[in-house]
Design a protein around this ligand. Structure first.
Ligand code: GLY
Length: 371
């Protein structure tokens, strides 16, 4: 059996970034992917880097999300220097809009919570908000501004990370769905069996998102949660910041494409797009930005987020020879850099991240419930 120090199962952003870090540590690495690298959840995401606007409370998850968000400017620069791809990290911030008094009241609570942990967030009135983002609807009554919640072009990011992996001589095996973990006589994981053959390794890192659960021998429960996204095209981008409401989020790319996301559906591995969901996304988007009525073109797709029973990622040793790096749910892009560092730190013998125990993948053993 062909052998490397590490096999990463799953060539999404987390798997590829982990592989890239591990190569920097001098380990030989092979990625095995069920289809083409970077063509599942990492491709179907919108690229929001939103630890503050997605967070509910101070927690290990919140802390690693903030730390990971702060890694992006350096990562973008490193990738540009290494492979010449601009991943379009944009630091214009996020507006969460309110249409009702109850939402504004909730914003005040959110602002207080963010200030309590030293973060920037402020409520601004509708006139000022529209001066900043003229495309916003006249119906908004206020905005919660997160000037440090940013965005990145996740497809360009993925392209750059794959190019970096290839440059660093990570071996990439595509169209090779992993079927089963291989164990030695002592029960230690020592490889993976795929439809393209068996591969041996000192350590297997499972980073296959919601497909991780389909690999025999991997016992972290990860359920797919479908997110449908609608993409519209305009001649010029109608706004700069990420815009969100209670019902949808909008991300405008520099070339005038606007992504509108996303549904949350627990329907298994189904990636079909429905007219009903697309219609609802369009309606929510037009409520925030009425000029989207003038958009043309369009495309819709669905991605599958990997959800664990408690909604938090499963990162760390699961068994001897087996590390988990999956279950990132709504935050796969955001948490990819810190997850890659956590994986590499453990495999290369550096001190573990202090919040790592909160993500222990063994916490689900004895429980099969998915909320
Ligand atoms: N992070 C946004 C989403 O999962 O839809």
């Amino acid at each position: 059996m062909d052998s490397t120090d590490v096999i990463v199962v799953g060539g999404g952003l987390i798997g590829c970034l982990a592989a890239r870090e591990l190569r920097a540590d001098g380990l030989s690495v092979r990625i095995v992917d069920r289809s083409l690298v970077g063509r599942e959840a990492s491709y179907h995401a919108a690229g929001m880097l939103a630890p503050q606007s997605e967070a509910e409370e101070d927690s290990p998850m919140f802390r690693i999300a903030l730390q990971s968000a702060r890694l992006f400017p350096g990562l973008a620069e490193d990738l540009y220097n290494e492979v010449g791809i601009d991943v379009r990290f944009r630091s214009e911030g996020t507006f969460h809009v309110a249409f009702e008094d109850a939402e504004l009241e909730n914003f005040q609570e959110l602002v207080a919570r963010q200030h309590a942990v030293g973060l920037t967030a402020e409520i601004i009135g509708p006139e000022l908000a529209r001066r900043e983002e003229p495309a916003l609807s006249e119906e908004i009554i206020g905005v919660l501004s997160f000037p440090e919640d940013h965005q990145i072009d996740n497809r360009r990011l993925m392209e750059a990370v794959v190019a970096s992996c290839k440059k660093r001589k990570v071996d990439v095996v595509e169209q090779a769905p992993a079927r089963e973990l291989i164990r030695d006589q002592a029960g230690r994981v020592c490889g993976v069996s795929t439809t393209a053959g068996e591969f041996a390794a000192g350590t297997v890192v499972m980073a296959a998102g919601c497909w991780s659960s389909l690999v025999k021998g991997f016992d972290v429960p990860v359920e797919p949660v479908k997110g449908q996204i609608l993409l519209l095209e305009l001649m010029v981008p109608p706004f700069r910041r990420v815009l969100r409401s209670a019902d949808a989020y909008l991300v405008a790319r520099l070339d005038g494409r606007v992504l509108i996301g996303a549904t949350m559906e627990r329907v298994g591995y189904d990636k079909t797009v429905s007219a009903q969901a697309v219609g609802a996304l369009l309606e929510s988007a037009r409520q925030m930005v009425p000029s989207l009525t003038a958009a043309f073109g369009g495309e819709a797709w669905a991605g599958l987020r990997p959800a664990t029973p408690d909604g938090m990622p499963a990162i760390g040793w699961l068994d001897e020879g087996l590390m988990s790096a999956t279950g990132h749910f709504r935050n796969g892009i955001l948490l990819a850099p810190i997850t890659a560092q956590m994986v590499a730190d453990q495999l290369s013998g550096r001190p573990p991240h202090p919040d790592l125990p909160a993500f222990d993948p063994r916490r689900f053993r004895g429980s099969s419930q998915v909320d």
